[in-house]
Design a protein around this ligand. Structure first.
Ligand SMILES: C[S@@+](CC[C@H](N)C(=O)[O-])C[C@H]1O[C@@H](n2cnc3c(N)ncnc32)[C@H](O)[C@@H]1O
Length: 199
């Protein structure tokens, strides 16, 4: 990927809240998956406010007794240029999320064994796109990403090596109806009485 010019920006974890119990001889059950973010440029669109989360209990305990360091910008000791000022978060009710997504798995009523929950593509579509942008899923499967993109009024393109999946999604996906202008409608005609009076 690096040779093709992709930059590895971030790694997210999808924590599968409801992974089913089981016994394997050499490992424990899978409860998470990695999601890797690559970009072609260092600067890219990211709408962080769209995925903000409630501050939660953290604020009550952590912000109660602030130390001297918490009240000033505490720069990273390794000289990375990053820093934090904990006191900036006083009086706020929302925070930016962590890079761990806690979502249940979901594969009911989908004709695919590895369908992921709608909240997963929804979160990333909110974070990285706006209406009318285009979302590409090169491993479309049952088309979860495309259906979510469609609902969120984004264009989408899906690819899958199995023709049956492509056909299945094509049959189910309703094209988004976008209106540049108000759709044509038949309006009730005004009664001419008042007009006559004014004349
Ligand atoms: C994990 S599934 C994706 C499931 C999808 N996220 C959903 O919610 O249904 C991966 C899909 O990639 C497809 N696939 C595997 N190798 C592929 C390839 N080389 N090109 C295109 N699709 C491929 C498989 O057929 C499978 O449907």
């Amino acid at each position: 990927m690096r040779k093709q010019g992709w930059l590895w920006t971030e790694e997210f974890i999808w924590h599968k809240k409801n992974c089913y119990p089981g016994k394997w001889p050499n490992r424990f059950r899978d409860a998470w998956e990695r999601l890797l973010q690559f970009n072609k440029n260092r600067k890219f669109n990211m709408y962080q406010e769209e995925v903000m989360v409630p501050m939660g209990d953290w604020a009550q305990s952590r912000l109660k007794n602030l130390s001297e360091t918490d009240r000033i910008r505490d720069n990273s000791k390794v000289g990375s240029g990053f820093g934090k000022n904990i006191s900036n978060w006083l009086e706020r009710d929302k925070a930016y999320p962590a890079n761990v997504l806690h979502l249940a798995t979901e594969c009911n009523n989908k004709n695919h064994s590895a369908a992921f929950p709608e909240e997963l593509p929804e979160w990333f579509i909110k974070l990285f796109t706006v209406e009318n942008d285009t979302v590409l899923d090169p491993f479309m499967g049952s088309g979860t990403t495309l259906f979510v993109a469609n609902r969120m009024r984004r264009n989408s393109v899906g690819i899958d090596i199995v023709p049956e999946y492509c056909e299945m999604v094509r049959k189910q996906l309703q094209p988004v109806e976008l209106f540049l202008l108000e759709p044509e409608m038949v309006y009730e005609t005004a009664k001419s009485k008042r007009r006559n009076v004014l004349r």
